[in-house]
Unconditional design. Sequence first.
Length: 268
Amino acid sequence: MTSVISLAARANGKTLGTRNSRPGANPVRCHTCAAKINGLCQHSTPGTMASMIQFRSGERAIAAGTDLFSIGKPANAIFTLVSGWAFLYQSLKDSRRQILHFALPGAVLGLLPGQAARAPYGAQALTDCVLCIIPHENLSPLSREVPEIGMRLSWLISHDLHLAFDHLTSVGRRSARERVTHLLLELFVRYRGQWPGNRIDELYLPLTQQHVGDAVGLTAVHVNRILRKLREDGVIEFNYRHLRILDPDKLIDVSGLDPQLVISWVRK
């Protein structure tokens, strides 16, 4: 069976390089922004970029653990994640949390159904982040001036919807072991598609076991048992926020994944 590592490289469409930087470490500008590589501004011409700069309201640095926007609060802008990781979440009254989605650099967050809508979910910085901000009131004039931006935004939303359906399937139907391996494999492929490194079987993954549990509907204790068994079986190691894939083919088997679906996890 084709190695998931080679699939990640093929999904990225690039030759893996030697850089292994942690996301969110350095703010970047428009010409090197992740949104220009595979996000809202991908394939933008210099003229398009000039228009985008006119309609944005600037950048904002967000510390890890801080909400980008909160449940029930008005969200008056969309945020492009220039650097760092974030996650979308829903909370219950007894403080239980469901992580809905992990956002990587280039993601667009905060697009709600209507300018006066209140956020039905929250978004929190998983690492230190830098955001590019476009007020909702600027989206219509921006789309008129740069029509391809509207199509690009629709495509990004469709991609995130595909991931959401996949996560719903995991929580509803996959076994606990499949849920954990499927999530870690997804994050590995999505991350590796953006941040090639000198160790293509190992990467910094800024999640705790609690984050994994909140994403797949398991307790941190249950996640710990599964990870320990996966390490004993020679599949993966996930310790101190570092993920190492020991046997890529076995990981695909355990997760119950169709290898061809790996391609759909990476934004093009």
